[in-house]
Design a protein around this ligand. Structure first.
Ligand code: FMN
Length: 353
């Protein structure tokens, strides 16, 4: 895979996942152990390890994510309108740093086509075997001041299929998007989405969808605190910390790699992601956090859960560790729970605080 162009390798991996799910099942990568499961937002998460947004932007691998042993998976980012994303190449490996830089720019099929695909999974009765989140972002052509309309339109279409919704205001690859985090606009967008969620639930009799906000690791402490306060105040259900970073601190790769434009993910993001998790738990202990950034091992997950994260997600780790990483993490968690006398994953969550 490493001899291939990184985006081609990713698309190949996606395609293999999509078309060989029965074979993946034979690999017995699903670690089934009640001690790893928890209920959160009215949903049952069979284990705490989820697939991060941006891997399956299309919703093509729903069955495969279940077969690979993920406890949940996040589809998207999906925008209201279909878009091609930035020109290729737009994904770069930094193997020496166990990292990648991406400037994909929300290449996706748009909310209508994605809803159609998720509806097909739903008709087959396999959409909700694990919780499926749908991550929504702003279409590139939509001006920032109309962002609310864009998010509302995506939520309208995707609401019926999502177990939870993520409002992405933190990708560095859509011009101006991250400005939303710091502005009053975010409050307006979130209030509207929370209200639409309530109305949809009332009209259909189905339960409300938990709404989460995904934030960037590059906020200053003051911006971060303001974002957490706002998110708590508007009745959002949780926060995903964090998206990729524009920082290039601590990298050892050649300058021609580190100078690439885009968001950095993987090992170099881990310390910042963990620090932000701790800051969020200290400021808003009642607000569930999904921790993401540089996670590759059971010990990494242990550390995040003990620091207060309710769930974690992985993305870049899959490139360097391969898809069996999820099973390895879950088996490692059980082994450590046995060794430390922890009977249930919820006993571990927040233990350090
Ligand atoms: C190629 C690539 C594409 C991504 N696309 C998205 C995206 O569309 N939406 C999003 O919210 N995050 C996206 N992310 C960010 C990841 O979901 C995650 O927050 C980040 O990579 C940190 O986790 P990691 O270190 O485990 O990769 C993307 C990451 C990568 C590497």
């Amino acid at each position: 895979m490493f001899r291939m162009d990184p985006e081609r390798a990713h698309l190949r991996a996606m395609s293999v996942a999509e078309h060989t799910t029965p074979l993946i099942r034979l690999g017995r990568l699903r670690v089934r152990d009640e001690r790893l499961s928890q209920r959160l937002w009215g949903l049952r998460f069979p284990n705490p390890v989820g697939l991060g947004a941006g891997y399956d932007k299309w919703g093509r691998g729903i069955s495969a994510w279940h077969a690979l042993g993920f406890g949940f998976a996040e589809i998207g980012t999906v925008t209201a309108l279909a878009q091609d994303g930035n020109p290729t190449p737009r994904l770069v490996r930094l193997p020496q740093d166990r990292a990648v830089i991406n400037r994909m720019g929300f290449n996706n099929e748009g909310a209508a086509a994605t809803a159609h695909r998720l509806a097909q999974w739903d008709r087959r009765g396999v959409l909700h075997r694990i919780p499926i989140g749908v991550n929504i972002g702003k279409s590139k052509v939509t001006p920032l001041e109309d962002a609310k309309r864009d998010y509302v339109s995506s939520l309208e279409r995707l609401w019926p299929y999502a177990d939870y919704i993520v409002v992405n205001v933190s990708s560095p690859n859509t011009p101006g998007l991250r400005e939303l985090q710091e502005s009053v606009a975010l409050g307006g967008i979130l209030e509207e989405l929370v209200e639409l969620n309530r109305v949809k639930s009332q009209l259909t009799g189905a339960r409300r969808r938990p709404i989460l906000v995904k934030i960037a690791p590059d906020l200053t402490d003051e911006q971060f605190d303001a974002a957490i306060d706002l998110i708590s105040a508007v009745g959002v259900h949780g926060v995903i910390i964090s998206n990729t970073t524009l920082s290039r601190e601590g990298l050892t790769s050649a300058a021609r790699l580190t100078a690439q434009e885009g968001g950095l993910s993987g090992a170099p993001l881990a310390a910042r992601s963990l620090a932000m998790l701790r800051r969020s738990i200290a400021r808003a202990p009642q607000l569930p956090v999904v921790s993401v950034g540089g996670i590759t091992s059971a010990d990494d997950v242990w550390e995040r859960l003990a620091a207060g994260a309710s769930l974690v997600q992985v993305w870049t780790g899959l490139i360097y560790e391969g898809p069996a990483m999820v099973a390895r993490i879950n088996r490692g968690l059980i082994a450590r729970m046995d060794a430390e006398g922890i009977r249930d994953i919820s006993e571990l969550i927040g233990r350090e605080v």
